[in-house]
Design a protein around this ligand. Sequence first.
Ligand code: ACO
Length: 345
Amino acid sequence: MSPESSAAPDAIGSLSGIAIVGTGSALPKRRVTNTDLESVMDTSDEWIAQRTGIRSRHIHDPEAGESTASLATLAGQHALKAAGMAADQLDLIVCGTMTPDMPTPGIANLLTASLGTRTIAAFDLNAACSGFVYAMNTAHALMTTAPYRNALVLGVDCVTRFCEFSTLGRTSAILFGDAGGACVLSATEDPSKGLIAQAMHSDGCGAQHLYIPTDKHMFLNAEDYDERKINRIVMHGSNIFKFAVSTFPKLIGQTLDKANLTPDDVDHYICHQSNARILSTARDRFNIPEDKFYINIDRFGNTVGASIPLILDQETRSGRIKPGDRVMFLAFGAGLTWASSLWRV
Ligand code: ACO
């Protein structure tokens, strides 16, 4: 009996499988280094690199037409091309984003036009940095219960729109970058492919640790109040740090238990890139070798919902992720939210 077939009752098994058949990603052209940030705020390359592991990030340029929608379109086109699929073959689009370009219409809705799909089911989902993982689990659930054969799942964010690039916002502005990532899911006769186990959590009691107040009435802590912080990220970094350091290992353990697997049974751990120190703590707790646990935060910063599909695309294209491998996606974010999704690809 394979470990998956003896999984706990809440692990998902389907008669027919769902395969990840193509991946894609997109980055803004403009690359901003820590040294560049030194010229607009009181910070240093050394401080940022030591505390976060970040060296540079890409920041979208609205003047050049870059936006959440444009990155989503590019990432989606690349994923469709890799899958050898035309846009009109898609039945479903689920986009994890907390930074749609406007409150409505949503990014997934706009993609039906920019990609040229039929009038299919398409919607955004906001679970902050956990958005892509939530979107993968949601798309899989819909594909196993409704007649959707092909789905495009995305994680796309241009969060730097809400960063204050001055000393006032330095604690959060140094962390973030913009990007988009996508994958195409397709129903397959091969039952070994698809979701093995998943977990999704939310705890609104932690909302005040990271939020974006949209007007003066929206500050969740009285002491955060500052007119200059309206439409800017308000973050209590050390609270988020403590939450993440304890949550990642718990999430890995919970997901392995659901799948009845050991840490060694998983071939790739793809975690939300929030801070290199948070990632190292999780890796050390399970003695996961470095070559199974990807860190690219040095080049891209924290790209919110895009960080996981960005790595998925890189590692799929490099050939490191191979058919039959087990891949665990893990994320935490504002909300607070946290989620996992363990796949056999
Ligand atoms: N450059 C230089 N100094 C700075 C900077 C900066 N950019 N930012 C803060 N400092 C200073 C502070 O003012 C403070 O100085 P003081 O001691 O004189 O008061 C000192 O550095 C330490 O500040 P802390 O905030 O305590 O630094 P910490 O070690 O906690 O690191 C950091 C801050 C990097 C933000 C860390 O807390 C962290 O990574 N937290 C997790 C954040 C995160 O992952 N957020 C994303 C969540 S995902 C989502 O959903 C969006």
